[in-house]
Write a protein that binds this ligand. Sequence first.
Ligand SMILES: C[S@@+](CC[C@H](N)C(=O)[O-])C[C@H]1O[C@@H](n2cnc3c(N)ncnc32)[C@H](O)[C@@H]1O
Length: 295
Amino acid sequence: MHEAWAAQVAAEAAAYWTEARTRELTGGKQLAILPAEAPVLLRALGLLHRDATMPPAQVRKYLQINHVVRVMDTAMAALRARHPVIRILDAGCGRSYLTLLLAWVARERWHHQVEVLGVDRNPAVIAECERRTAIAGLADVVRFRAANLADLVDEPAHAVFALHACDTATDDAIALGVATRAELIAVAPCCQAELARAWAELGERGAVGGFAPIWTAPHLRRETAAHVTDAMRVALMRAAGYEVTPMEFIGLEHTKKNTLIRGMRVGPGDPAARAAYDALVAATGGCGIGLGTRI
Ligand SMILES: C[S@@+](CC[C@H](N)C(=O)[O-])C[C@H]1O[C@@H](n2cnc3c(N)ncnc32)[C@H](O)[C@@H]1O
């Protein structure tokens, strides 16, 4: 039954995704998967419709997960060289878009064994992930847990990913990766409110400082706090022994949240990076992020 359905999905995708349509979708960029190559996975994820088309909202998600996997190519190759089975954690996995793509790419492209765990605090979302995983035929390598990231201590992974995990969930993912000595931590932060809230309080109190014009302007405060938070995350990850590269992983036209922080564990912590974090906190008004007390 499933095989017949899968064959039909593949035939429809092959017919619809002509070279011209595929080029229009990818913009000529190299992606981890093309629609005609993984139609069952993309149907399971709801990215391809019944008629094999991909509507604009789905295009955005399709491109995001593809670009994350692509920019992790070298880092994942390094893990493959070191580990016969790579354990991957997708923190704040949502509906398992990245989770299942990683599992699919490992099996179909890298031909490497992986154990993938998706974690999300929302049990309804986890139930949907399990449904999708069964449809995609990936249940042998992917499992899920409904849990709060901050409570997760018993799931060491070689690679921790977090794509648009809300607010401080990104920090929970980083803290977890550091605590469990993950070799790769890759986070694309989402909305960020922690530092902006602290700055808003400074503004309301009439605190004096060079950043006061930012503390008191909601839009600038939100935007600046997001960037400063990312800079603090980078410094803290370096302080914990990671070589860290913040980068733009996808064009701004596809998502405003297009920063990805990639860290590879390289050795002992770097006290100078901790000092850089403290200096950044001091320079911007004295407010740090919770992550600063955890690693
Ligand atoms: C914006 S969605 C992104 C989902 C997915 N990574 C993606 O890119 O499609 C954020 C997800 O993080 C989950 N989340 C937020 N905070 C969390 C936490 N502290 N622990 C576990 N999951 C969390 C939410 O339930 C939500 O499903």
